[in-house]
Design a protein around this ligand. Structure first.
Ligand code: IMP
Ligand code: MG
Length: 174
């Protein structure tokens, strides 16, 4: 069945917001040794665009977490399937995530990375999806706020589909 979809965030909107986020981040970390930790797979496109919008180089690392199965609801259980490789102790660390829904994933990752004793730990997420939040996580940089819906594109997937679309769409028959 063809996916029924509605464009929610255009390429232009994404590009503009990334410029603004990069400006904010560069003001907050002037001349600092910043490690940006992308959450695979969803954040890879956002992270790639964000680091290239920054006026200084940063160190990039990744974690891979699994919470969703093949469908659109979280199992509630989070597993690390790939951990960070950088030493985070006494360094400024910024988590880069695609979307926050229940909040369980970022809550888990935040607590996990705090055990590495970074100098600071902040979170940058592309989309804050409000409606179903169960755990409040501190979001220091947010690209867009949406109330609800299952979103795909620009890194976000539905059962591995639609990840490479350059805009963000809401799937209407997901
Ligand atoms: P939660 O905040 O623990 O519910 O999980 C957030 C994770 O679930 C994100 O990293 C995404 O991988 C996935 N996720 C949540 N909502 C969506 C969505 O609308 N589209 C695609 N993935 C989503
Ligand atoms: Mg994700």
């Amino acid at each position: 069945m063809e996916a029924q979809k509605r464009c929610l965030i255009s390429r232009e909107d994404i590009a503009q917001r990334i410029k603004e986020l990069a400006a904010q981040i560069s003001r907050d970390y002037p001349g600092r040794d910043l490690v940006m930790v992308g959450v695979l797979k969803g954040a890879f496109i956002f992270l790639a665009d964000l680091v290239r919008a920054l006026p200084f180089p940063v160190v990039v690392d990744f974690v891979r977490l699994k919470s969703y199965g093949a469908g659109t609801t979280s199992s509630g259980e989070i597993h690390i399937t790939k951990d960070v490789e950088e030493t985070l102790k006494d360094r400024d660390v910024l988590i880069v995530e695609d979307i926050v829904d229940l909040g369980l994933t970022l809550d888990f990752l935040r607590k996990h990375l705090l055990t590495h004793q970074p100098r600071s730990l902040k979170i940058c997420c592309l989309i804050d999806k409000r409606e179903r939040r169960q755990v409040e996580v501190p979001l220091d940089y947010t690209g867009f706020v949406v109330e609800k819906g299952f979103l795909v594109g620009y890194g976000l997937d539905c059962a591995e589909g639609n990840r490479t679309w350059p805009e963000v769409y809401e799937l209407l028959n997901c």
